[in-house]
Design a protein around this ligand. Structure first.
Ligand code: SF4
Ligand code: SF4
Length: 93
Protein backbone atom coordinates (compact mmCIF):
# COMPACT_ATOMS: atom_id res chain seq x y z
CA UNK A 1 0.00 0.00 0.00
CA UNK A 2 1.41 3.38 -0.96
CA UNK A 3 0.41 6.49 0.92
CA UNK A 4 -1.01 9.40 -1.05
CA UNK A 5 1.10 11.57 1.24
CA UNK A 6 4.35 10.30 -0.22
CA UNK A 7 7.03 12.80 -1.12
CA UNK A 8 10.09 12.16 -3.24
CA UNK A 9 12.10 10.83 -0.30
CA UNK A 10 9.85 8.65 1.83
CA UNK A 11 6.69 6.64 1.30
CA UNK A 12 4.87 6.04 4.54
CA UNK A 13 3.19 2.63 4.52
CA UNK A 14 1.47 2.25 7.85
CA UNK A 15 1.41 2.68 11.59
CA UNK A 16 3.60 5.33 13.87
CA UNK A 17 6.82 4.92 15.81
CA UNK A 18 13.14 4.11 13.56
CA UNK A 19 15.03 1.10 13.21
CA UNK A 20 16.86 0.53 9.95
CA UNK A 21 16.06 -2.74 8.26
CA UNK A 22 16.45 -3.75 4.62
CA UNK A 23 18.38 -1.54 2.22
CA UNK A 24 15.40 0.70 1.47
CA UNK A 25 13.04 -0.16 4.32
CA UNK A 26 12.88 1.44 7.73
CA UNK A 27 10.87 0.17 10.67
CA UNK A 28 10.24 2.63 13.43
CA UNK A 29 9.08 1.31 16.79
CA UNK A 30 7.85 3.74 19.39
CA UNK A 31 8.62 1.70 22.49
CA UNK A 32 6.66 4.05 24.72
CA UNK A 33 3.44 3.19 22.84
CA UNK A 34 4.02 -0.53 23.38
CA UNK A 35 2.19 -2.65 25.92
CA UNK A 36 4.14 -5.83 25.26
CA UNK A 37 1.37 -7.92 23.72
CA UNK A 38 3.74 -9.54 21.16
CA UNK A 39 1.16 -9.45 18.36
CA UNK A 40 3.75 -7.90 16.08
CA UNK A 41 6.25 -10.68 16.79
CA UNK A 42 3.70 -13.40 16.18
CA UNK A 43 2.44 -11.78 12.99
CA UNK A 44 5.79 -11.45 11.24
CA UNK A 45 6.13 -14.11 8.51
CA UNK A 46 9.92 -13.72 8.52
CA UNK A 47 10.45 -13.80 12.29
CA UNK A 48 12.22 -10.46 12.13
CA UNK A 49 11.17 -9.24 15.56
CA UNK A 50 11.83 -10.42 19.08
CA UNK A 51 10.98 -9.12 22.51
CA UNK A 52 13.55 -6.92 24.19
CA UNK A 53 14.96 -7.69 27.59
CA UNK A 54 14.55 -4.01 28.41
CA UNK A 55 11.40 -2.31 29.67
CA UNK A 56 9.72 0.90 28.57
CA UNK A 57 8.64 3.53 31.08
CA UNK A 58 5.38 1.67 31.71
CA UNK A 59 7.18 -1.55 32.54
CA UNK A 60 6.48 -3.43 29.30
CA UNK A 61 8.95 -5.39 27.19
CA UNK A 62 8.88 -3.93 23.67
CA UNK A 63 9.90 -5.52 20.33
CA UNK A 64 13.29 -5.08 18.68
CA UNK A 65 14.54 -6.11 15.24
CA UNK A 66 16.39 -9.41 15.36
CA UNK A 67 16.76 -10.15 11.62
CA UNK A 68 17.07 -6.86 9.84
CA UNK A 69 17.93 -8.48 6.53
CA UNK A 70 14.73 -10.52 6.37
CA UNK A 71 12.15 -7.73 6.47
CA UNK A 72 10.08 -7.45 3.32
CA UNK A 73 8.11 -4.38 4.39
CA UNK A 74 4.86 -6.34 4.35
CA UNK A 75 3.44 -4.19 7.18
CA UNK A 76 1.82 -7.11 9.01
CA UNK A 77 3.44 -6.09 12.30
CA UNK A 78 2.27 -2.52 11.92
CA UNK A 79 -1.31 -3.44 11.03
CA UNK A 80 -1.57 -5.92 13.92
CA UNK A 81 -0.25 -3.54 16.57
CA UNK A 82 -3.24 -2.34 18.60
CA UNK A 83 -1.27 0.64 19.88
CA UNK A 84 0.04 1.92 16.54
CA UNK A 85 3.61 1.62 17.84
CA UNK A 86 5.15 0.55 14.50
CA UNK A 87 5.64 2.61 11.33
CA UNK A 88 7.17 1.24 8.15
CA UNK A 89 8.79 3.35 5.46
CA UNK A 90 10.29 2.70 2.07
CA UNK A 91 13.02 5.12 1.06
CA UNK A 92 12.70 6.11 -2.55
CA UNK A 93 14.56 8.34 -4.94
S1 SF4 B 1 7.14 -5.43 7.86
FE1 SF4 B 1 6.58 -7.64 7.66
S2 SF4 B 1 8.56 -8.71 7.41
FE2 SF4 B 1 9.03 -6.64 8.24
S3 SF4 B 1 9.07 -6.90 10.52
FE3 SF4 B 1 6.97 -6.30 9.96
S4 SF4 B 1 5.83 -8.22 9.69
FE4 SF4 B 1 8.03 -8.71 9.63
S1 SF4 C 1 1.99 -5.30 18.70
FE1 SF4 C 1 2.44 -3.17 19.34
S2 SF4 C 1 1.90 -3.13 21.50
FE2 SF4 C 1 2.09 -5.29 20.94
S3 SF4 C 1 4.25 -5.83 21.43
FE3 SF4 C 1 4.17 -5.18 19.26
S4 SF4 C 1 4.71 -2.95 19.30
FE4 SF4 C 1 4.09 -3.58 21.40
Amino acid sequence: MISPFANDKIIKFAGRGIIKMKKNIELEINKEFCKGCSFCIESCPKSCLEISGDLNSMGYHFPVVAKIEECTGCCACSYLCPDMAIDIYELVG
